[in-house]
Design a protein around this ligand. Structure first.
Ligand SMILES: Nc1nc2c(ncn2[C@@H]2O[C@H](COP(=O)(O)OP(=O)(O)O)[C@@H](O)[C@H]2O)c(=O)[nH]1
Ligand SMILES: [Mg+2]
Length: 307
């Protein structure tokens, strides 16, 4: 029996490529005994992408205008209506090689993995053009963090091709709107799913402009706080940091108090008295910020156990 597959295709002004991508996916599925259950196009386009996709039988989900992450998240959640054996999400600008489809799907069908992600750096020669040094360096930083967070020997932080079991989609929770590729892996690992990384080629974009790789340094700066948040590291350092500021304010209080023999009026006239208040307020804020995040984390954990 053919395995059922649902595609989630993010699009932003891809009228030049979306038709070819959908047709090629149909051919690949026909050749590999895969039955297309649904093609979901998560769209944020102003051009004719939607009309073309609809004509070819795709279901359109509105991306939401908050970037690729949000669009894919909506598309993925919409795919749950169809209970596919495998949900595949891929870039629609022609940068991924669609003939790799069986390589992404098979580890799931053979029950070896729950999420399969592509890496452009696992083998030599996968990237079909000169990849700018600055982008490569940004990706190195992200990969390093991803390895630390997941304990997996990953080599890429965001390929354009991934396949997952519906259960992974069902449980997927994202914090950021632009970090879905990394969060997808972190979330899957956190929830005990098996993640496999396979080598995957990466071609040059022939039409339009790349929006994400173009600004990798900016992307890294956006991604880092989300990854830190995901790692729960903030809790570990927010409490001591808050305590440290409160300690400084107390120290300042003792010094000012000592110098003025605890004369309140004189203390208030000193500039460093205002510093006491400032340090105390910063300390308190950091402390309660950490506390609130921890509380939210606990509520979220309880909710996911219940659902
Ligand atoms: N729905 C939606 N899709 C997007 C958005 N930004 C990019 N995409 C799609 O996501 C895929 C990857 O985008 P691209 O800019 O090429 O990213 P890069 O190749 O990683 O630099 C392509 O299929 C785009 O059409 C967006 O804001 N909304
Ligand atoms: Mg691209």
């Amino acid at each position: 029996m053919a395995s059922k597959i649902t595609f989630v295709l993010p699009t932003r002004d891809e009228e030049k490529t979306i038709g070819a991508v959908i047709n090629e996916l149909k051919t690949e599925c026909a050749h590999n005994n895969l039955e297309i259950q649904q093609i979901i196009v998560a769209d944020d386009s102003k051009d004719r992408t939607r009309e073309i996709a609809k004509e070819l039988g795709a279901t359109i989900v509105i991306g939401g205008g908050q970037g690729l992450g949000q669009a894919v998240y909506r598309g993925l959640k919409a795919s749950l209506r169809f209970e596919a054996d495998v949900v595949v999400s891929l870039d629609t600008d022609g940068q991924v090689d669609l003939s790799e489809l069986p390589r992404f799907v098979n580890p799931i069908l053979k029950d070896r993995a729950d999420l399969v992600v592509g890496s452009r750096f696992k083998d030599k020669g996968l990237v079909g053009y000169d990849y700018p040094f600055i982008n490569r360096s940004g990706i190195r930083i992200l990969v390093f963090i991803l390895r630390k967070l997941t304990g997996l020997p990953l080599t890429d932080s965001h390929g354009g091709f991934r396949a997952m079991r519906s259960d992974v989609v069902k449980e997927l929770e994202l914090i950021g709107t632009h970090t879905y590729v990394q969060e997808c892996v972190i979330d899957a690992v956190e929830k005990g799913f098996r993640v496999e990384e396979i080598a995957s080629v990466w071609n040059k974009r022939n039409h339009g402009k790349s929006r994400i790789v173009r600004s990798i340094p900016k992307y890294v700066f956006y991604t880092l706080p989300i990854l830190i948040l995901r790692a729960g590291q903030h809790i570990r350092f927010l409490y001591p940091l808050g305590m440290f500021f409160i300690f400084l304010s107390l120290l300042d209080f003792v010094i000012v108090g000592f110098e003025t023999s605890l004369n309140l009026r004189e203390m208030f006239d000193r500039q460093s008295f205002h510093l006491i208040l400032l340090l105390f307020m910063i300390g308190l804020n950091l402390f309660f910020f950490g506390f609130t995040i921890e509380l939210l984390g606990n509520i979220k954990r309880k909710m996911s156990v219940r659902s």
